[in-house]
Every structure is written in structure tokens, then in C-alpha cells.
Design a protein. Sequence first.
Length: 229
Amino acid sequence: MVAGLLTLTFLSIYAAAQFAANGKALLGTFGLDPWIGTLVGAVLVIGYCFAGGIRATIWTNAAQSMVMIIVMVLLVGYGIAEVGGWAEAMIKFEAVSPTYMSWFDDVDSYRGFAPVLFVLGWFFAGFGTVGQPHIMVGYMTMDKGDNIGKVRAYYYSWYSAFFGAAILVGMLARIIIVDDGSFDPELALPSMANELFPPFLVGVMLAGIFAATISTADSHEVVKAGSRG
């Protein structure tokens, strides 16, 4: 009962953050009130969770992951082209700040322990995977344990590619978007898309954001339903 209550509480907060991100996406793209995107995302998730349960979650996650990676790769390509190529991008990265291209912002402040802390952070982050339904749902639905290697290869291949592209998009946003001090960094993705993409690809970007948030939220809702059961 305690485990179920903890799951229900914290996954509700996590899922709420995903719906809020949908609101930010429509705000940054069309200037709509954030509650509209939040409501749209919630209706979509509730609709197909009731319609297909965990099967709907698995199939939609697979499709949504493809949309997400396509959007990130396009943003990286358009962003590098916008700043004049990779060589020019590297020059502008270096100009952001003296430590912008450093792995560790200020090694001296950690007395040489920065690399160790960096590795430990990633190591312990792995333990948190067991509490993230949008990751574990794939392992939960394996037909047999012998396929664990295949599932692991699929997940980490996609994750590495997406994670790398997301970092590059964030770095490019620092040199493409002019920040007057009032810019909301959570609007960087739609802002970059509006600036770089033709209208059709802006729609693809919006689909990518909704895919990312909904693929997480629907997994949470299915697990929460199980915890209540």
C-alpha cells in the first residue's frame, strides 16, 4: 500500500510536468494560453490509455520515438547551417564563455573531484531507471528474458543518439537565440523551430514535443492505474 501511494503521488507530479510542457509548446509556437496545450495532451493520453492500455502505450511510444529523433536531427542540421557550418559553430561556442566547451565548469571549486562526481552522478542516475515507467514499460512487456540484450541495444542506441542531438540543440540555442534577460529557456525548442524551420517542419517539431511528453505521461498513467489496483 505504501509503495502504491508513493508511486501514485510522485508519478502524478511527473506526469503533470509533461502536460505542462505541452502548454509551453503551444505557447512558444502559436502564442496560445498554456492551459490549452495541457488540456490537449491530457485528453490524448487518457483517450488511448483507456482504449488500449499498455498495448497502446507500447505502440505509441515506438512511433513517438521516431518522431522525436527526426525532429532533433533536423534542428541540429538547420541550426548548424544557420550559424555558417560546424567550424563557425565551434568558434561561436567558444565565445559564449571561457568554460562553455569544458566538461566541468570550474574544476578547481571541486578540488579535482569534478570528474569523479560526474561519473558517480551518471552511475546513480541508472538506479533511478527502475522508478521510471516510461523506460521500464519496455522491459515489462518482453515476451521472454532471452530478449533482454536486444531490448537493451535498442534502448541505448536510441537514447545515445537522442541525448547527443538534444545537447547540440541546447548549445546551438545559446548562439542562435538572442537572450535579452527575459527569455524563458523552456521555450528554446519552439523558438528555434519558428526561426529556422518552414511552416510544415514547425508542425513536425510540435508533434515531436507532444510525442516526447505524451510517451512519458501515458506510461505513468498506466502504472498509476496498476498501483491503484
